[in-house]
Design a protein around this ligand. Structure first.
Ligand SMILES: Cc1ncc(COP(=O)(O)O)c(C=O)c1O
Length: 488
């Protein structure tokens, strides 16, 4: 494929070369039908679930699987796909990912793949610099934002333990006095999971109320940190909450966290990509005060999953993962420069996911990725404006990045019934196959009780304002049908 030819100005702006496994451009983002039917049809095409004694050959096998993805899979490049933080992906990243797979290099030692080690370190340095971190910073690619958050809480736990002379790696956390992690009520649930996985228990995650702009409240954090009888090991700020894209007051949180000797982790899984855009980068101006940062380029970054990274301001904090293993990196081999990145991760074999990132950053630069984000941000504002102008719809939160929270209006309905309408509208749209949108629950705010919301996560830079209008037209029409069905 000639990438430069596809990146042409079509009058409405550049058309980005995105990959898709769906050839039928007439179909919607999902296959039509009820989930059980679609899954049954797919399984039937695969045949009986057993390893065949004789294979059908490579072409036939690839044709079969490609056909399944084409007919029954998702098309994230469709302009009406707007459900999750799951973007369409750049074709060049897919091609580079095939190179990474073909190399089958691993990141643990020099002799598992030299070039890819250098590539990951290049990508880490480039993104650490973009974050505003100094030369002491380091990072590692991980299989997702949830795992990056887990590694961050692990490092914070070990740092807190080391301060009171406990070697967690050998003795566990028993000597720590009620270790706690503080995060906003809108933080990603992976923070709770990290606490559970690390032996702290989910209850160790103290959730802090958020304000009318969906940002962590500093006064509540301050009061919680000051409560006696607990060891605050980390505060997790979110830069780009999953639903609202809201950005916690990072500098204020950092100062409170550090006053109490706690680690400041910023979960920027969604928001980090704002740094690609001149317009949105000021939202993350306070990021350099963090001790660690999660960023996901399989969200804003248009990379195939998994492409997450944990950045740490001080590379010495990776000591939690340090290990010398006889068959991989014995001391004399390390001294001879044969070490790899085993000591940055809980994984041993680790994919060279940095290959696609290095290729994408080189191909498009900050400006290219920033332009893609700006387009999605403008689409979100256009969608919000349409919602506000339409009496059939109600906007439930302001736009920060690329999400829009709204609902089908129904003043005359009781709250529970109106909530049920939203769920039904979304399910009807999904099973029609024509429109893929998300849902969530917006907490009680400014006198309005908690409400089920419909959600657009706009990450397709090839979608237009007209596409978004058409998508919302379908929501309104389906809303009418559902409301009429309930009235009857
Ligand atoms: C703010 C935030 N953090 C972490 C995650 C988890 O990322 P992943 O799905 O890559 O594990 C998400 C996922 O949406 C997220 O929105």
């Amino acid at each position: 494929m000639d990438y430069d030819e596809t990146l042409v100005d079509c009058g409405a702006g550049p058309h980005w070369p995105l990959a898709s496994t769906v050839r039928d451009r007439g179909r919607g983002p999902l296959p039509a039908g009820l989930p059980a039917e679609v899954l049954r049809r797919t399984t039937e095409m695969l045949g009986e679930a057993r390893v065949p004694s004789t294979g059908v050959g490579e072409s036939a096998a690839l044709d079969l699987i490609a056909g399944l993805l084409d007919n029954h899979g998702i098309d994230l490049s469709h302009p009406h796909a707007a459900a999750h933080l799951q973007p369409p992906v750049l074709q060049v990243a897919v091609d580079a990912d095939a190179l990474a797979s073909a190399s089958n290099a691993s990141m643990d030692t020099y002799d598992s793949g030299p070039a890819t080690l250098a590539i990951e370190q290049w990508v880490v340095r480039a993104l650490a610099r973009l974050a505003g971190f100094g030369p002491e910073a380091d990072g590692v690619l991980t299989p997702g934002g949830s795992i990056s958050n887990l590694l961050a809480v692990l490092i914070a736990r070990d740092s807190a333990a080391a301060k009171v002379g406990i070697d967690v790696r050998r003795h566990g956390i028993d000597g720590l006095d009620r270790p706690m992690v503080f995060c906003s009520e809108l933080a990603h649930f992976s923070v709770q999971r990290a606490c559970a996985a690390l032996g702290l228990g989910e209850d160790a995650a103290v959730t802090i109320a958020s304000d009318s702009d969906f940002r962590m409240r500093l006064d509540v954090l301050e009061a919680e940190l000051a409560r006696p009888g607990r060891t605050p090991i980390a505060v997790v700020a979110t830069a780009g909450t999953t639903d609202y894209g809201s950005i916690d007051p990072i500098a204020g949180i950092a100062s409170l966290a550090h006053q109490h000797g706690a680690w400041l982790h910023v979960d920027a899984a969604y928001g980090f990509g704002a740094l690609f855009s001149d317009r949105l980068a000021p939202l993350l101006a306070e990021l350099p005060v963090a001790d660690s940062v999660t960023l996901d380029l399989h969200k804003i970054g248009w990379q195939p999953a998994a492409t997450s990274m944990l950045l740490v301001a001080d590379r010495n904090r990776f000591a939690s993962f340090g290990r010398s293993v006889d068959y991989l990196n014995p001391a004399d081999d390390i001294d001879s420069g044969l070490d790899g990145l085993l000591g940055r991760s809980l994984q041993t074999t680790r994919r060279p996911d940095a290959v696609k990132v290095a290729t994408t950053l080189t191909a498009y630069g900050r400006t290219g990725l920033g332009a893609m984000l700006d387009t999605c941000h403008e689409l979100a504002h256009a969608a919000a404006a349409r919602v506000v102008a339409d009496s059939n719809l109600e906007l439930l939160a302001p736009v920060t990045l690329t999400t829009v929270l709204f609902r089908v209006a129904g003043e005359e309905l009781a709250a529970a019934e109106l909530d049920a309408v939203q769920g039904e509208v979304r399910r009807r749209l999904l099973t029609s196959g024509r429109v893929l949108i998300g849902r969530t629950k917006v907490p009680a705010r400014n006198g309005r009780p908690a409400a089920v919301a419909l959600k657009l996560t706009l990450l397709n830079p090839n979608a237009t304002a007209t596409d978004v209008e058409e998508l919302l037209d379908q929501v309104v029409a389906t809303g009418h049908d559902v409301l009429a069905g309930r009235a009857a």
